[in-house]
Design a binder for this molecule. Structure first.
Ligand code: PLP
Length: 368
């Protein structure tokens, strides 16, 4: 689809993505021992924004460094947002994206919160698909592996005044990633964080923006030093209600019912979270989005009703929680083993992503 429209007498082909192919292809890394986020593909997508032109000049070019003025707003005030999704190779060597339209909608929601101009959803989806198609050799053909896609927008205007930038750059870069579960699903140990908070109601917790992650790094480092792989975040207002685990959404199975914290404004609205909820409903498993306090969870644990717990997000899809540390007490969940429902959700979602399972929801989107 191409819409032609005129702006200040200029003919703009809205969906015309200019393509400049690399003449110097990189050597592919050995896909079997990839480190996350270290290797990038041959191409990237770029589109620029100015007040006068709006978003203009969408193009796919060889992957390369960019040049920015040291006074660019991004470096000082962090006006930026990002997304994360994956492309998967099926057994028939077809490439699929998982609900990419949801990522683009969320990209725009994050942008609105950070005062960044929205992008045309159709154009962004087209760019995503074209880029993946061009670099499709980079989608690893090994079990459990995928091509991680990182769309992001940075503010580029040189200006130290604290006002929204007049210029932006939207880019998409891609990196092949290894299997999250090389040695099978091993449930993680989580420490409940009672001092620091990730986000507050009215803050930016529901936007995928850099500051939220920068602010969590110290806390993550402390948890790692004590032998925990992530922290369980409580709400920033009362430090009472459960919000997220690390940078994943969180689910608990309590006495047969699956509970996940309701979207309070400070929780990032995960697409995996949304898919888990829709899948459980489809299966007829009771699931509710509601406030859940750490006290309620502890009480359920004491009664022997805390049956399973897991995080959800694009990177791991499902990450089972085997132990929660809170108030000097270790809560062991399902004997520290992966629960049956957690495993079933994991298998079904990854099955849908890789074309191994029926997709009654129409979540899978084929590339090319
Ligand atoms: C991206 C993210 C998630 C998970 O979102 P998905 O769309 O499922 O990948 C959850 N919490 C935070 C803080 C995130 O940044």
């Amino acid at each position: 689809m191409k819409i032609d429209y005129r702006r200040e007498g200029e003919l703009v082909l809205k969906n015309q993505i200019d393509i400049q192919l690399s003449t110097n292809r990189k050597e592919k890394p050995s896909f079997s021992n990839l480190k996350f986020g270290k290797t990038y593909t041959d191409h990237m997508f770029i589109m620029d924004y100015s007040r006068e032109k709006g978003w203009y000049d969408p193009r796919i070019v060889p992957y390369q460094p960019i040049t920015l003025d040291p006074a660019a707003t991004i470096f000082h005030y962090g006006q930026t947002i990002f997304e994360g999704l994956k492309a998967y190779l099926s057994e028939n060597e077809e490439v699929f994206l998982f609900r990419p339209d949801e990522n683009i909608k969320r990209l725009n929601r994050s942008s609105v919160r950070m005062c960044i101009p929205e992008v045309d959803e159709e154009l962004a989806l087209e760019a995503l698909k074209k880029l993946v198609a061009i670099d499709r050799d980079w989608v690893p053909n090994m079990e459990g592996m995928s091509l991680y896609i990182r769309p992001f927008i940075i503010s580029t205007e040189p200006n130290l005044d604290v006002t929204p930038s007049q210029n932006y750059r939207f880019m998409i870069i891609m990196s092949p990633v290894g299997s999250f579960y090389k040695e099978g699903m091993d449930p993680v140990k989580i420490a409940v964080e009672s001092d620091y908070v990730r986000a507050v109601r009215g803050g930016t917790g529901n936007a995928k923006t850099a500051g939220n992650y920068a602010g969590a790094m110290l806390v993550q480092e402390k948890a790692s030093a004590s032998g925990y792989s992530q922290v369980l975040w409580l709400d920033g207002n009362e430090k009472k209600y459960i919000e997220e685990v690390g940078s994943m959404n969180v689910f608990f199975k309590i006495n047969g019912e699956v509970v996940t914290p309701e979207l309070s404004g400070s929780i990032l609205e995960g697409i995996t979270r949304k898919s888990v909820i829709e899948l459980l409903k489809y299966w007829g498993v009771p699931v509710s989005e509601r406030r859940i306090s750490i006290d309620e969870l502890h009480e359920a644990y004491q009664k022997g009703q805390l049956e399973e717990a897991f995080g959800s997000g694009t990177a791991a899809v499902i990450s089972p929680i085997g132990e929660l540390f809170w108030n000097n007490e270790k809560m062991l969940i399902n004997d520290g083993k992966t629960g049956d429902l957690s495993l079933k959700v994991y298998k079904t979602l990854t099955g849908i992503q890789t074309d191994k399972e029926e997709d009654p929801f129409g979540w899978r989107v084929k590339v090319d």
